[in-house]
Design a binder for this molecule. Structure first.
Ligand code: 5GW
Ligand code: MN
Length: 302
C-alpha cells in the first residue's frame, strides 16, 4: 500500500463532534471601521471579528501545544511575575502552555503556581554588555532553541517582550503559520513615515515606496519552522551588518520588518495585542489585551 493510501486509511473512522456556539450573523461584514484582510488575504485579528468558541473547539481537537518565550536579562527579571500572573489569567486559557523564560539570573526568576497543563522552563543564557545586543541577540537564541528544543516540544511559538502585562483575552485566534503584530505607535500612518531602516547599506533597508505595515518587535510567532526562518534571517542579517559596523535604526524590529516585507505573515494581529496607554484609547481599540508596563528607564536599564 502506498504511504498516501495508508494516511487516508487512518482517517476512515474520523468523528464529527458537534461544535456548540452562539451562531454569529454571517450576512454582513463584522466590522467596517478597520481593515480585516491584508492584500495577500491574511486575516487581521480584531475584536468582534471571530468566534472564540469555534476556534477553541477546532484547536482542542488538535490538542495544540503553545510555547511563549520571554527574555528577562539583567534587571528585567522584575517583570516576570506580573507577566506570568496575568498570562495565567488571560493567555491561552484551557490550552497546553509552556513558558520559556530566558535569563542570565536564574535564581531571580520567581516560582509561580501554574494551572494544570501549564509549565515553566527557565533557560540560562549569556548576557551582553550593550542593551542593543541584549534585545537583538534574542533572534539568535530563539533560532538555536527552535532547532534544539522547541521543535520537539510545541506546535506554535509566541515570542514577546517581558515588560508587559495581559489585561484581556489572548487565545488561539492569534495562531497561524506565521504572525506579526501591528505596532501601536505606527497604526494608520502612511508607509513613507514608517520608521523602517532607510539606509541602503543595511540588510534591513526598505525603500520609501515599499512596505505593507509596520510590525512591532515585541510580539510575533508561528509554527517552529516559520519562527526558525524568521529568527535565522534576522540574526544573519544583523551579523552581516555588524561586520560592516552597521546597526539598523530600531534593532531587531527593523530586521523583522524586512523579513515580513518579502515573507508575508499568514495572520496579522491588530494593536489590541500590543498596546501602550501612552497612545491613548482610540475608538477602533475595543480591547486592550496586552499592555506595556510603565518602566523607569533610568532605573531599569542601568
Ligand atoms: C535594557 C536597556 C535598554 C533596552 C533594553 C534592555 C533590556 C531588554 C534588558 O536589560 N533586559 C532584557 O531582558 N531586555 C529584553 O528585551 C526584555 O525582554 C524586553 O522586553 C526586550 C525589549 O526591550 P524593551 O522592552 O526595553 O524595549 P521597548 O522598545 O519595548 O521599550
Ligand atoms: Mn518592551
Amino acid at each position: 500500500m502506498s504511504q498516501g493510501a495508508h494516511a487516508l486509511d487512518l482517517l476512515r473512522d474520523l468523528k464529527l463532534p458537534r461544535i456548540v456556539y452562539n451562531h454569529p450573523d454571517t450576512g454582513k461584514p463584522q466590522r467596517t471601521d478597520v481593515l480585516l484582510l491584508s492584500p495577500w488575504l491574511a486575516p487581521i485579528v480584531w475584536n468582534d471579528t471571530y468566534n472564540l468558541d469555534i476556534l477553541n473547539a477546532q484547536l482542542a481537537q488538535r490538542k495544540v501545544r503553545v510555547g511563549i518565550t520571554v527574555f528577562a536579562i539583567k534587571k528585567y527579571t522584575v517583570f516576570v511575575s506580573t507577566f506570568v500572573d496575568t498570562a495565567e489569567k488571560y493567555f491561552m486559557v484551557g490550552h497546553k502552555v509552556t513558558y520559556y523564560v530566558f535569563t542570565d539570573r536564574v535564581s531571580d526568576i520567581p516560582m509561580v503556581e501554574l494551572a494544570e497543563g501549564r509549565q515553566m522552563v527557565v533557560l540560562r543564557v549569556p548576557t551582553y554588555q550593550r542593551w542593543q545586543d541584549v534585545t537583538m541577540r534574542r533572534m539568535e537564541m530563539l533560532r538555536d532553541y527552535s532547532r534544539q528544543r522547541f521543535i520537539d516540544e510545541v506546535d506554535y511559538l509566541v515570542c514577546v517582550d517581558v515588560d508587559m502585562r495581559f489585561s484581556d483575552e489572548v487565545g488561539v485566534e492569534i495562531l497561524s503559520d506565521l504572525f506579526g503584530t501591528l505596532h501601536p505607535g505606527m497604526y494608520g500612518l502612511p508607509r513613507e513615515s514608517y520608521t523602517y531602516e532607510r539606509s541602503p547599506q543595511s540588510e534591513a533597508y526598505i525603500p520609501l515606496d515599499e512596505g505593507d505595515f509596520y510590525y512591532a518587535g515585541g510580539f510575533f510567532g508561528g509554527n517552529i519552522e516559520e519562527v526558525y526562518k524568521l529568527t535565522n534571517f534576522c540574526h544573519n542579517a544583523m551579523m552581516t551588518d555588524k561586520a560592516k559596523n552597521i546597526e539598523a535604526i530600531w534593532h531587531d524590529e527593523s530586521y523583522l520588518n524586512k523579513f515580513f516585507l518579502y515573507h508575508k505573515p499568514t495572520k496579522i494581529l491588530s494593536p489590541e495585542y500590543l498596546w501602550d496607554d501612552m497612545f491613548g484609547t482610540p475608538a477602533f481599540l475595543r480591547r486592550r489585551r496586552f499592555l506595556a508596563v510603565r518602566k523607569n528607564h533610568n532605573e531599569i536599564r542601568n
